[in-house]
Design a protein around this ligand. Structure first.
Ligand code: C2O
Ligand code: CU
Ligand code: CU
Length: 480
């Protein structure tokens, strides 16, 4: 069965505060979709893989007869390379800041220790300086991402171009018959929206306290992107990398597509869609079967009825590939107590947004929880259906499972791991999770302007057998 519901109240969505603004075609030529290169390591030894990620300034020529656009990127002009990580390998990563201001490298969806390695607001690297982090991943194969997280400059730095996809690989995923030739039948799609002012990005001019949106779609940093299909079945690793915009994905002719993974890895079962909504920071890996087309045909991937990418069908080899139904088992988190440990409330809009009635304060730890114990939280959005908005709830330091929405079963594609979940106006989403490492981690709305306004809090995870409370003043002082 194919799902053709975006799972939200359409009227509320279209009339929400901040007003829904459709994407329009950019006044420039179409260009082939950029495919980011894979990051290659500096050095691989027996026990460690070394990489460097440099945040830097660059330019992109977006418009003819207009000076090139000033942008920021990782190891390049805009966005960054796709970063492949293998579960079980030890990484040492040098983070170099060549920007004129402090930044951080946040590994969204990587379960690594916070507050420094995970790259939240405490992990600032000053201009001209560098730092080194290390970690070994222990989590399922997934599509994660890298973005800056300096509070309260996250939104502006992402707008300027900083974001990259991360592909986590493991032996479970490797054994499932899925397209995985990077750049050939397995490609990232980073979805964003931007406006330009005389060819330049101008965050302050476009700023909206309820989330900044742009007029034009950028896919992997490409305006008016086109892609020539030469593979019968493609795997797209879609990331909503927008500051504020939800993407309501569909193909122009209603072509079905098949979601195989959510934020934190493979779903237990493939789910077929003709329409799929992704809120900020959510990822979906989808398979698209192009075998029904003839060379010369065209089909668009759209958000609502605005084009994101035009696919030009080329020649492709014959294939009898069958999209798998069953994917990977998802670990069951025991929650027999059925007890809610914490309720987090997302309220307000505009400058009034709050998390648990408070604004973020770096010097305050909002919640403490024991490691290796299942936590059950309720996330509530108190906005109402008339004029309220969807708040995408995200947490660092773990992946979670959606238990219910207003007491009802989660959506069909919410049976795997997530780290970001859309909470609709008037909704309570129940989640469960287990944090495996002690440390300090953020939880927040992933509308980046809401996060920067202060719709964010932090939890400390501790080992109940060896509870050594974090001295937060130590981290605060390091920032001064
Ligand atoms: Cu992608 Cu704290 O965020
Ligand atoms: Cu994150
Ligand atoms: Cu929000």
């Amino acid at each position: 069965d194919l799902i053709s519901d975006y799972f939200h109240d359409k009227t509320a969505f279209d009339t929400q505060d901040g007003a829904y603004k459709p994407i329009i075609p950019a006044p420039t030529n179409s260009s082939p979709l950029a495919i980011p290169p894979l990051l290659s390591p500096d050095k691989v030894t027996n026990d460690t893989t070394y990489c460097t990620i440099r945040a830097q300034q660059g330019t992109v020529q977006y418009f003819p007869d207009t000076p090139a656009t000033n942008t920021w990127g990782y190891n390049g002009n805009i966005l960054g390379p796709t970063i492949p990580f293998q579960v079980g390998v030890h990484y040492k990563i040098t983070l170099v800041n060549d920007l004129p201001e402090p930044t951080t490298w946040h590994w969204h969806g990587l379960n690594i220790s916070g507050p420094i390695a995970d790259g939240g607001p405490f992990a600032a690297v000053l201009p001209g300086e560098q730092s080194t982090i290390e970690f070994t991943l222990n989590q399922p194969a997934a599509t994660a991402w890298l973005h800056p997280h300096p509070c309260p400059q996250t939104a502006r730095q992402v707008w300027q171009g900083l974001a990259a996809e991360v592909i986590i690989q493991d032996t479970v995923e490797a054994q499932i018959d899925l397209p995985r030739a990077y750049g050939t039948n397995d490609i990232p799609l980073v979805l964003q929206d931007r406006s330009f002012h005389n060819g330049q990005l101008d965050y302050d001019a476009d700023y909206d306290v309820d989330g900044t949106t742009g007029n034009y779609a950028l896919v992997n940093g490409t305006l008016n992107a086109t892609y020539t299909v030469t593979q019968p079945v493609m795997r797209f690793r879609i990331l909503n990398g927008a500051n504020r915009r939800e993407f309501r994905l569909n193909f122009s002719d209603g072509l079905p597509f098949y979601q195989i993974a959510s934020d934190g890895g493979l779903l237990p079962q493939t789910v077929g869609f003709t329409r799929l909504m992704l809120t900020c920071a959510e990822r979906a890996e989808i398979l698209v079967d192009f075998r029904g087309y003839q060379p010369g045909d065209q089909v668009q991937l759209r958000t609502d009825d605005s084009t994101l990418i035009t696919f030009n069908i080329g020649r492709m080899p014959a294939s009898d590939y069958v999209i798998p139904d069953k994917l990977a088992p998802v670990e069951h988190l025991d929650d027999s107590s059925n007890h809610v440990d914490h309720r987090t409330v997302m309220s307000g809009m505009d400058a009034e947004v709050r998390l648990d009635d408070k604004l973020f304060d770096m010097t305050r730890i909002d919640y403490r929880l024991p490691i290796n114990t299942t936590q059950c939280w309720e996330i509530e959005n108190t906005n109402d259906m008339t004029g309220g908005m969807v708040h995408p709830y995200h947490m660092h330091g773990c992946e979670f499972q959606v238990v219910s929405r207003n007491g009802n079963a989660p959506f069909a594609n919410e049976h795997g791991w997530k780290d970001t979940v859309a909470v609709n106006p008037g909704e309570v989403v129940k989640i469960k999770f287990r944090v495996r490492q002690s440390g300090l981690y953020m939880y927040h709305c992933h509308i980046l302007e809401h996060e920067d306004t202060g719709m964010m809090a932090q939890y400390e995870s501790f080992d109940p057998n060896n509870d050594q409370p974090i001295d937060i003043t130590h981290y605060v002082h390091q920032l001064e």
